[in-house]
Design a protein around this ligand. Structure first.
Ligand SMILES: Cc1cc2nc3c(=O)[nH]c(=O)nc-3n(C[C@H](O)[C@H](O)[C@H](O)COP(=O)(O)O)c2cc1C
Length: 291
């Protein structure tokens, strides 16, 4: 049987699946549970310069068709990540992309500079969907000029490829994608969660303490397919799809729309073994009857 492979940045993978940031930690628990089969790479939880407690609870709530989160980039900070977590992640059976976030443009580069001292990451994912605290609190991704400058700053200190993870909430995502490419990004991740809110109509009380959060759900699939299609027509760098995967056909649809690789996030919380389950389904669909 002919072996099927997918490629990114000159590497070949037996699977097109990545685990999306924030839904698999650094992959260590899934590794212990033996649940990284079928996975090409893990994208870590966001890492910032200083440790962050994140937002107070409730910060994850279920909705009818998905979940809303306002975790607030809780993480132990890059020093701890480099000194304590990445040495353990060296034992992962798959490559790791470290997701990077910041409150100011320069913070992204400072985090990457520190990550560069570790041999473990294969690449980075630069999350420009978080608020630009230093410049008024709008997401970095809201302005193509800011996306390009963050990408340029990261490219200036990184020896590794990086993907810029775009927001679907503000501006024209194809312009942000082109700006990331212009700034030196090696890929774009399309996209982060959609702004959402849940409240109790009786009391008017929001379910999340921070009122609004990021919505993720299998229902996002058509929204992601559209954005992956539009972005892949606009740029010449690989597109990593993220949003709405809950079955093997979803992955194949996103690949057909132009994605080089496909991330699975929220579905993993329901099915920790999603990697091997999806991969088996994909292989059954593309080479039926093959062993
Ligand atoms: C609980 C939770 C935490 C997340 N944390 C991050 C994060 O730290 N950085 C990031 O770039 N995306 C984060 N995301 C977004 C996911 O990586 C993914 O892009 C999004 O959930 C859409 O994909 P899905 O429909 O497969 O979940 C988070 C999502 C969830 C549900």
């Amino acid at each position: 049987m002919k072996k099927v492979t997918w490629s990114l940045w000159g590497r070949k993978f037996d699977s097109p699946l990545m685990l999306a940031s924030g839904t698999a930690g650094f992959g260590l628990e899934l590794m212990k549970m033996g649940m990284l089969d079928g996975v090409a790479a893990v994208v870590s939880k966001a890492t910032t310069l200083a440790p962050r407690d994140g937002n107070p609870p409730p910060r994850i709530v279920e909705t009818g068709f998905g979940i809303l989160n306002s975790v607030g980039l809780a993480n132990p900070g890059v020093e701890y990540v480099v000194d304590e977590i990445l040495p353990m992640a060296a034992g992962l059976p798959v490559p790791l992309l470290v997701n990077v976030a910041g409150e100011a443009r320069e913070e992204f580069a400072a985090v990457v500079e520190r990550l560069e001292t570790s041999p473990v990451p294969m690449a980075y994912e630069v999350n420009v969907s978080c608020p630009n605290v230093a410049e008024g609190g709008k997401a970095f991704g809201a302005s193509p000029e800011v996306v390009e400058s963050v990408s340029r700053l990261v490219a200036g200190v990184s020896s590794r490829p990086f993907s810029v993870k775009l927001t679907p909430n503000e501006g024209d995502i194809t312009e942000s994608a082109s700006a990331a490419e212009e700034g030196g990004a090696g890929a774009v991740t399309v996209s982060n969660t959609f702004l959402g809110m849940k409240l109790d109509w009786r009391t008017g009380r929001p379910a999340l303490l921070r009122k609004v959060g990021g919505y993720s759900s299998p229902a996002l699939l058509p929204l992601t397919v559209a954005r992956v299609h539009l972005v892949s027509e606009a740029v010449n760098i690989p597109v990593l799809a993220s949003g709405g995967v809950s079955g093997p056909e979803d992955v194949l649809e996103l690949l057909a729309a132009g994605a080089a690789m496909v991330q699975v996030g929220t579905w993993l919380m329901r099915r920790p073994g999603a990697g091997s389950e999806l991969m088996k389904g994909i292989l059954d669909l593309i080479s039926p009857g093959a062993e």
